[in-house]
Design a protein around this ligand. Sequence first.
Ligand SMILES: Cc1cc2nc3c(=O)[nH]c(=O)nc-3n(C[C@H](O)[C@H](O)[C@H](O)COP(=O)(O)OP(=O)(O)OC[C@H]3O[C@@H](n4cnc5c(N)ncnc54)[C@H](O)[C@@H]3O)c2cc1C
Length: 466
Amino acid sequence: MKNDIPKNGRDARVIVAGAGLVGTLLALLLKRRGYDVVLCERRSDPRAAGYVGGRSINLALSDRGLRALDLAGVREDVEQVAIPMPGRRMHAVDGTGPFMPYGLNGEAIRSVSRGGLNIKLLDLLDRASVPVHFEHRCEDTDLGARRVRFAMPGGAVELQGDVVVGADGTFSAVRYAMQRTDRFEYSQTYLPHGYKELAIPAGPGGAFLLDKNALHIWPRSSFMLIALPNVEGSFTCTLFFALEGERDSFAALDTSDKARRFFAAVFPDALALIPDFDAQWAHNPVSSLCTVRCAPWHRGRTMLIGDAAHAIVPFFGQGMNCGFEDCAVLMQVLDETGDDWDRALPLYSARRKENGDAIATLALENFVEMREKVADPAFVYRKKVEAALARTFPDEVTPSYTMVTFRPDVSYSAALAKSRAQDRVLDRLVADARVRPLLEQTPASADLRAIFRGALDVHPDAEPRR
Ligand SMILES: Cc1cc2nc3c(=O)[nH]c(=O)nc-3n(C[C@H](O)[C@H](O)[C@H](O)COP(=O)(O)OP(=O)(O)OC[C@H]3O[C@@H](n4cnc5c(N)ncnc54)[C@H](O)[C@@H]3O)c2cc1C
């Protein structure tokens, strides 16, 4: 057993529990910094056993995530197999619907395969000679001694590190050890909605049967279906739907036959593209959606990262991106403190916690926007006013989606505060009858500029904040 006085600086040994997306990226970044890193994962090696997801098959990667991948030198590799999605394609019941760009200047989010990305990061860890122990399930952590007990086939092993990282997801075992300490704050809240995935297969010759470069949304007020493209031509659809209830719920669609009839009435164009709908409906599980908030994100030399610290609902497509950004911020605080973990971890915890809370709030709010508001003409008009305002005063106004998704230089908490302030400006402008007739002119007429200026001056708190 090692001495109990932990080594500091780059001599430290770091035990990471959880080799998901965030644990693998973090292990790679720490190894490149010179650390002795050991990674332990509950599951078996996905390269031998096949990737067992349990989560979405593909995800939207955006600029915060790309920035962290850049630090690890893998951004280009990942971008090569990612599909750009510069906007949302809406689907009304009759199959028609507009394309709504995500950014003002053609910016795109990217659809990436969860398994593919995880395997790429594992391959890079092999190349960097980082030991990854599969089928090692973290059971408990002695926070004081930084000793972690892992169950493994045929027994158990205890590993001691100078630093311990819980990257073990929403139901983190490392966090559970922290929850049993004094003044550790923790909450876990479930949405009444769950989700089920369904696949639209590729067409002949690998053809994409929907517009490839879009995130597809079928908004239906209290529920919605979305679809993201996969490189081989298929789409992964996710139905977000109430778990319980006599109608419009998973509980109500308790047979494939009922589900197919429901889809025929509500999502007919999607159903037409899923030939084996009945089998998929019967086979694919329904999963729940949870928000976890906790504080602090460290105890001594044990820390949490990714979903272990901040599980959020997926409606802003930011869970992984936020976890990747956690990794980048940890590298930043290590830079600032000369790799003094005792000073770095309180800084990391303090800087990230308010941002984890902010993106959790934004993600919950975006569910209402995606499933309900995007189909509402009043909301579409509000978005038009917001875009015109942002184009006219780009230094002062940035749409909330742009800040969260394409502006990693704006923190999540600053994005939340600024979007609240901009909302007050927009409330005023959409209620102003003079705006609508002036909106079609680009660039904005002098009259429209004056109205915008007036509204911004009434709300100086909409000023940019980083
Ligand atoms: C439907 C859905 C869609 C999503 N879409 C997006 C999106 O578009 N964009 C986005 O950015 N995010 C998205 N997310 C969120 C994203 O999936 C997560 O934020 C991300 O996977 C978090 O990575 P992680 O490594 O922290 O946790 P996880 O991916 O959960 O990885 C944790 C790892 O730890 C392992 N583990 C667990 N317990 C133990 C233990 N006791 N011992 C050892 N190992 C353990 C697990 O097996 C796993 O490998 C989505 C989530 C869902 C549910």
